[in-house]
Design a protein around this ligand. Structure first.
Ligand code: ATP
Length: 604
């Protein structure tokens, strides 16, 4: 083969091949381009699908996230619930345990409580048995105490009775002592702020110890005084009168009675005997008043006792006398300045023949008479207090029994007493013998007035007349002239008061020491009260004391006076008897030596 032909062939072939290949390729390209377009389309479709898918995915994503969150929160809640559940389970299981233990524990505690109750019950039973033993012992002790108290009271009463009998047998003077409360005027010129303070003049130095003892306590000494009865400052008028009351029955039994208040000025004598100055006119009423004193109370009691007796069997008369500057003045007389004197009768009896004596029928009558007398009684305002009594006041109540059967109305006489009767209203001295034996000098005049005014029982009547007298004495107060600050006439009064009171003390001293001479006549006071002091009246001295230091000298003197009075022994008190009266009256001077020297040696 030639090289040029072959090569063109080859090239033609080749071109042809290439052309074929190119056509194939073009076809291929067209196909590919179609395919590519298709693919683009598809791609677009796919893209839009992708887009929507993406959106869906995003929605789903967000849903998923929401769900995831929800799931998470559910999971969290579930976890929490689980935890709570676990806790509840745990609690339930512990509760279960407790529930299981509880009955056992309860049972245990119940058992314990039962045993405690049993123990307590046992203790209670043993305690209540010891309590009841103690209660029994207490009851027993209380019974014993009550028994002892009753026995003590009985013994005390018995002792008091025996003491009283002994006193009566000896003829002792009963002495009571009343301590008044501290009053504003006890300060004197001191500052009232220091009222009652220790170291001041109003300091309380007089102390109530018990019903029978009083103590004076100062920086220098302590001294105890004993009396039949001591009244504390808190005891009132009624308590004082409770002690006085039994004496009044004696008056109806035929004994003379004298109650005398003694003490320094301002110590409460007038308060005790009449009542408080604060009560207008000392309470001149018929009705009882809590503050009224011994005089209205005694009068009321006398009328009460009389009301228990047959009508008209007793009559009462009153006389009111003052001893002022050693003169006796009749405060019921129209002429109260007239002086009266004690007259000694032929039989030795004492009389005040000129004295006024008024019949009385009610307490009001008596108090009206006393009031009348008080209006003229001398009073002066002193530095101690504004109503200082400047005279001794003696209110006498004379009781006349007109009972024909006196002794059936009263106690039977003792064998030593002589009984006879006299004709009432007769002029024969034997017909009115009791009047002569009266301790007061006013008696004779009273006898004359009353016997004359009485309706006489017919001739041959055997009616007995018996007179007894109640003397109620409010003494003027002893006073320290410096302290009371009186001058001029008042100083003279004070001097008379002090003199008469010291005469009274001298009489008691002489009686107590059984001296042969008893100086009754040294003063009108002692002369007037001679029969009551040295004679046979039942005599009660009411000492009145103020508690303040400023009066210590006067108080000590007063308490000493009381001690001296207690030592006086006058022999048995004599009962008034209708027939023996004159005899007793005539003998009164001579009989006294039997009871002790003091009784027989009164100077007449
Ligand atoms: N126990 C008492 N309770 C209350 N007040 C009392 C008591 N005792 C006395 N008094 C009062 O003290 C004052 C003086 O008393 P009272 O006038 O009785 O004294 P007195 O001793 O009679 O004096 P004088 O001797 O100067 O007349 C009065 O205001 C009185 O009311």
């Amino acid at each position: 083969m030639p090289l040029g032909i072959d090569r063109s062939h080859f090239l033609a072939d080749k071109v042809k091949k290439l052309e074929k290949e190119a056509t194939t390729k073009d076809e291929r390209i067209a196909a590919l381009e179609t395919e590519n377009a298709m693919l683009y389309l598809k791609l677009a479709q796919l893209r839009s699908m992708l887009q929507s898918t993406r959106e869906e995915v995003s929605v789903l994503q967000s849903q998923y996230e929401t769900e995831l969150q929800f799931k998470q929160s559910v999971a969290e809640s579930a976890f929490k619930f689980k935890q709570e559940l676990d806790q509840i389970r745990r609690q339930a299981s512990s509760l279960q345990k407790v529930a299981i233990d509880l009955p056992q524990q309860f049972q245990k505690e119940l058992t314990n409580a039962n045993s405690v109750i049993q123990r307590q019950k046992h203790m209670f039973l043993s305690q209540s048995s010891s309590m009841s033993t103690l209660q029994d012992q207490l009851n027993h002790l209380q019974d014993t105490l009550q028994d002892i108290t009753e026995r003590h009271d009985k013994e005390k009463k018995r002792r008091q009775e025996l003491h009283n009998i002994l006193m009566e047998l000896r003829g002792n003077i009963r002495v009571h002592c009343r301590i008044r409360p501290l009053m504003e005027f006890d300060c004197g010129s001191d500052d009232t702020v220091t009222f009652g303070r220790p170291g001041t003049k109003s300091e309380v130095v007089v102390h109530y110890v018990d019903e029978e003892n009083i103590c004076v306590r100062t920086t220098k000494h302590n001294k105890v005084f004993e009396y039949e009865r001591v009244y504390s400052p808190s005891e009132g008028q009624d308590q004082v009168f409770d002690e006085v009351q039994p004496m009044l029955t004696s008056l109806l039994d035929g004994y003379n009675i004298c109650i005398m208040a003694y003490g320094q000025t301002g110590s409460g004598k007038t308060h005790t005997m009449l009542g408080s100055h604060k009560n207008e006119d000392y309470n001149l009423t018929t009705d009882p008043h809590p503050e009224e004193g011994v005089i209205p109370r005694a009068t009321r009691e006398l009328f009460r006792l009389i009301s228990e007796k047959p009508p008209d069997s007793y009559t009462l008369e009153v006389s009111v006398v003052e001893i002022y500057n050693n003169d006796i003045r009749d405060l019921l007389s129209n002429d109260s300045s007239a002086k009266h004197d004690v007259i000694t009768g032929a039989d030795g009896s004492l009389n005040l023949p000129t004295l006024t004596s008024k019949p009385v029928e009610t307490v009001h009558d008596v108090m009206r008479m006393v009031q009348y007398g008080l209006r003229t009684r001398r009073e002066t305002a002193t530095l101690v207090h504004e109503h200082s009594s400047r005279s001794h006041l003696v209110v006498s109540l004379t009781l006349t029994s007109q009972a024909p059967d006196f002794f059936s109305l009263n106690k039977p006489p003792t064998p030593t007493q002589e009984i006879s009767t006299g004709s009432v209203g007769g002029r024969d001295r034997k017909a009115r013998p009791q009047s002569v034996t009266m301790s007061s000098s006013s008696l004779s005049s009273l006898v004359d007035q009353s016997t004359n005014s009485r309706e006489s029982p017919g001739p041959g009547s055997t009616a007995a007349v018996i007179r007894t007298k109640l003397q109620l004495v409010d003494l003027a107060g002893s006073e320290c002239v410096g302290m009371s600050g009186v001058t001029g006439a008042a100083l003279r009064e004070a001097s008379h008061i002090n003199k008469s009171l010291s005469a009274l003390a001298d009489v008691l001293g002489a009686l107590a020491e059984h001296r042969s001479h008893v100086p009754y006549r040294n003063s009108r006071l002692t002369h007037l009260l001679q029969d009551s002091i040295g004679g046979d009246a039942k005599l009660l001295v009411l000492l009145c004391v103020a508690p303040a230091q400023r009066y210590i000298t006067e108080t000590s003197q007063c308490l000493g006076f009381g001690q001296r009075a207690r030592q006086v022994q006058r022999g048995p008190t004599k009962r008034r008897l209708p027939s023996s009266a004159e005899k007793v009256g005539a003998e009164s001077v001579h009989q006294r030596p039997r009871s002790g020297p003091s009784l027989g040696q009164s100077p007449r």
